[in-house]
Design a protein around this ligand. Structure first.
Ligand code: 5GP
Ligand code: MG
Ligand code: MG
Length: 185
């Protein structure tokens, strides 16, 4: 692996992520099997891609997946309204959807997307997120499946970026202070 000196501390290791994704995949399998349905996984680009890939290895159902890009996130603070940059290619009328997110922070993104998908006629919408930052929530959004709860710190790795960097790290960490020096946060 390329040598990375920008991470100040590791919050969640590669092994922890793998173990937790397996647990969540098993739970998701059981929950949907119990109602005799298989969800369409809708992953929000780009941060959720590694989590989606890890999760689907452990979901023992005839699932499909699709992508949406709805970000309006620049730097480390959420700004403005949510825009649809890429919409789904799949029709979702009557479909059970499992949204896959990297992190639920204020909850604004996921809340808006859930409402949008329900409005389009989805039969049900559930949320699986790798990370949850409940201390930052501005609404009552609760994910159905949560990998790990994290404190109010800006994290990178396993899909999550800082100005598009660090997404490919196999673990989740916090950047050293000097990595933000002279850059907007
Ligand atoms: P929300 O709408 O819940 O405030 O933010 C959702 C999006 O903001 C996440 O899907 C993620 O892309 C981005 N985000 C929120 N917190 C963090 C963080 O700590 N690190 C990174 N890299 N992105 C974050
Ligand atoms: Mg995201
Ligand atoms: Mg981002």
């Amino acid at each position: 692996m390329w040598e990375n000196n920008d991470i100040g501390k590791v919050l969640v290791s590669e092994e922890q992520i793998e173990k937790r994704a397996a647990e969540l995949g098993k739970q998701i399998t059981e929950d949907y099997k119990a109602v005799g349905r298989a969800p369409l996984l809708v992953a929000l680009l780009r941060g959720s891609v590694p989590f989606l890939a890890e999760l689907i290895r452990h979901i023992d159902l005839d699932i499909q997946y699709d992508f949406m890009d709805v970000s309006s996130y620049e730097g480390t603070e959420s700004i403005g309204d949510i825009k649809i940059i890429k919409d789904l290619d799949t029709s979702i009328k009557g479909v059970d959807i499992l949204l896959v997110e990297d992190i639920v922070d204020t909850g604004r993104t996921i809340d808006t997307v859930v409402k949008m998908l329900k409005h389009k006629g989805a039969a049900s919408v559930k949320v699986a997120t790798l990370l949850d930052k409940p201390s930052r929530r501005i609404n009552d959004m609760k994910a159905d499946y949560v990998g790990f709860e994290v404190a109010d710190e800006f994290v990178v790795g396993f899909g999550m970026d800082y100005n598009q960097k660090y997404r490919c790290l196999p673990y989740i960490g916090v950047l050293k202070d000097e990595c933000y020096a002279g850059k907007e946060q």
